[in-house]
Design a protein around this ligand. Structure first.
Ligand SMILES: [Zn+2]
Length: 182
């Protein structure tokens, strides 16, 4: 796929469902190269802690989780993972509002906007790793939230579909909210 990656923000692109991949497709040279490129691209972003291929206009079910300290969440730890065909198999308990932004949904300042999105605090997910091996795992807290956000991208769902645009705050306002929480 070798080309310069750029985050897309057009809802008509983001609303597409991504294509699930077979083990053979996962193991192809082209896909192996794409995993590395998507991982490097996501890590290079200042705010992003996860990125799905549809966000760089490739409608295949590939997600990278690249959790790291960000300006708004300095407490985060480094956690990298490639998930193919990511799916939420089960949510535990009731959904609760959790603060969340998306690199593809930006305000007038060009930075992500944030809102409290209803999410499970604990989920069971299935995915294939970069070697095409299946996994069935439980994630809680922030990584569980990221998994739900990215699984939505695979289905063509974005956070402005889940919560009204009027409920969102700017990156700057979100930064202040997070500071006040301390
Ligand atoms: Zn997103």
């Amino acid at each position: 796929m070798l080309k310069t990656m750029k985050i897309v923000t057009e809802p008509e692109i983001l609303h597409q469902k991504s294509k699930l991949l077979s083990r053979e497709e996962v193991l192809s040279d082209e896909m192996q190269q794409f995993f590395g490129e998507l991982m490097d691209f996501s890590k290079s972003g200042k705010y992003g802690v996860g990125l799905s291929a549809i966000q760089v206009n490739e409608p295949v079910a590939v997600t990278v989780v690249t959790s790291k300290p960000t300006p708004n969440r300095p407490e985060l730890e480094v956690f990298d993972k490639i998930c193919v065909n990511l799916k939420i198999e089960e949510g535990f308990g009731e959904k609760v509002p959790m603060w969340e932004g998306c690199c593809s949904i930006v305000g007038e300042d060009g930075l992500p906007i944030y809102a409290e999105i209803p999410r499970y605090e604990k989920v069971r997910v299935s995915y294939l790793d970069e070697k095409g091996e299946p996994h069935d795992e439980i994630f809680e807290g922030f990584i569980g939230e990221v998994m739900q956000h990215e699984a939505d991208h695979i289905e063509g769902v974005i956070i402005t579909d889940l919560v009204d645009r009027s409920q969102f705050v700017s990156c700057d306002e979100f930064h202040k909210i997070m500071q006040e929480r301390k």
